[in-house]
Design a binder for this molecule. Structure first.
Ligand code: 7TS
Length: 401
């Protein structure tokens, strides 16, 4: 793939006198000028509220906002009315935890996995307490879900399976289809946290046959504060709004109210119009390069990085050591050196990586570790970035020896 760094103005800077090497893409990605321009252009030329006015600017803003639903729908092979804009993955999962459990019976069960980000764990845990539901957990074995065990955890009471498509710590890609088939035979709804997968690989909700899928704009070159909740239309039609207010009602009397069709009934209040436009620009940028090309590029980087990292004495990869069913996220520990110390030394070299528990404390407990260092790639990263990283890790080891 050609070097795309020139599209990303932020990458042209130096940090502590060294060219910035950005390897924290699982946390958030950088934005190409096409996205920045789309947002600026909207504020400079078209800014108005949507669905409210007949004036020119409002029409332009409304069309751009509606088109953004179309663009994001195409990205995951959904229909535009199945795309609800949220603040991000976290909001999408809180939304689902609230509305999908409303009619459950006491002691009904929600199945999660040990490798979930807190965003796909705490909302379910808290709603379970409130509604007296049970949480069951699919364990992790050799950095992958223990499928044998998973199959034994489904019962007649299992109403929801919510799991990550790609782990933000291990890089593991989970067999959504396989687990989804078991779930559907059991009348269990399937919720997919696609925060790490949609930015990095082709995702097709029809092929996955998931009932709901959520992701964040900022991890796929888009702005912060915007994300997507996909739901199968027939399910969205059945569930109640999550929030109430302007824009989502059809009729209001002093006693009652009725709702617009989906997705509008789920988008109360003035939405993040600029965010949606920026996210659509990001989706177009990714599509133009091609999700398959992006996946192939970051897989090549992951293979290269794994090979290099494995040669460093005292370094342990926390995750699958090959690239089968794994994405461009690599966690590792370095014997005797705290992840924060490594992160700080690398920062002096202009390298941005993350160290810590990665909002996955249950997984840290399961693996019996305090934290990891994590590198994660996107389309602008190169083998040279990895060479610089490897050199800096070796230097860190020397400092601590
Ligand atoms: N789910 C997964 C798998 C994630 O990786 C993240 C964010 C979230 C949910 C939450 O997304 P948000 O956009 O609503 O915050 N992950 C990370 C990370 O790994 N480091 O910083 C944020």
């Amino acid at each position: 793939m050609k070097d795309l760094k020139k599209d990303f103005p932020i990458l042209a800077q130096t940090i502590h006198g060294k060219a910035l090497v950005y390897l924290d893409n699982s946390a958030t990605t950088q934005k190409p000028k096409q996205v920045i321009k789309a947002i600026t252009n909207y504020y400079e030329k078209d800014n108005a509220n949507v669905h409210r006015g007949v004036h020119e600017l409002s029409m332009r803003a409304s069309i751009a906002y509606e088109n953004a639903h179309e663009t994001l729908a195409e990205c995951i092979h959904a229909d535009a009315d199945e795309i609800i804009f949220t603040k991000g993955t976290t909001e999408g999962l809180n939304f689902l935890a609230e509305v999908l459990t409303e009619n459950l019976q006491e002691r009904d069960e929600i199945l999660l996995t040990e490798m979930e980000h807190h965003s796909n764990f705490v909302p379910w845990q808290q709603i379970a307490k409130k509604r007296k539901l049970m949480i069951k957990i699919i364990p992790v074995k050799n950095y992958r879900l223990d499928l044998t065990k998973a199959k034994t955890l489904f019962t007649k009471k299992t109403k929801i399976l919510s799991l990550t498509h790609m782990s933000n710590v291990l890089g593991t890609i989970n067999p959504i289809k396989e687990l989804g088939e078991i779930a559907h035979k059991n009348n269990t709804l399937v919720v997919v946290d696609a925060a790490q997968s949609v930015p990095h690989m082709p995702v097709n909700v029809k092929d996955l046959d998931c009932d709901f899928l959520v992701f964040s704009g900022h991890k796929m070159l888009g702005p912060t504060g915007i994300g997507v909740l996909y739901g199968k239309r027939k399910l969205l039609e059945k569930i109640k709004p999550y929030q109430y207010g302007g824009g989502m009602v059809q009729e209001v009397t002093l006693e009652n109210a009725s709702w617009q069709e989906t997705p509008w009934k789920f988008e109360a209040g003035t939405p993040n119009i600029a965010g949606a436009i920026g996210l659509a620009a990001a989706a177009n940028y990714l599509t133009e390069i091609g999700m398959r090309n992006i996946e192939a590029h970051t897989r090549e980087l992951t293979t290269y990085a794994l090979e290099q990292l494995k040669q460093i004495h005292g370094l342990t990869i926390i995750g699958p050591e090959d690239t089968k069913d794994r994405g461009p996220v690599i966690s590792f520990t370095l014997h005797g050196i705290h992840p924060h110390d490594i992160g700080e030394i690398l920062n002096q070299e202009g390298i941005a990586i993350r160290g810590g528990k990665h909002c996955a404390i249950p997984l840290m407990h399961a693996l019996n570790i305090d934290g990891t260092n994590r590198i994660s790639f996107h389309l602008y990263n190169t083998k040279k970035d990895i060479d610089i990283l490897i050199k800096a890790i070796k230097k860190t080891k020397e400092i601590f020896q």
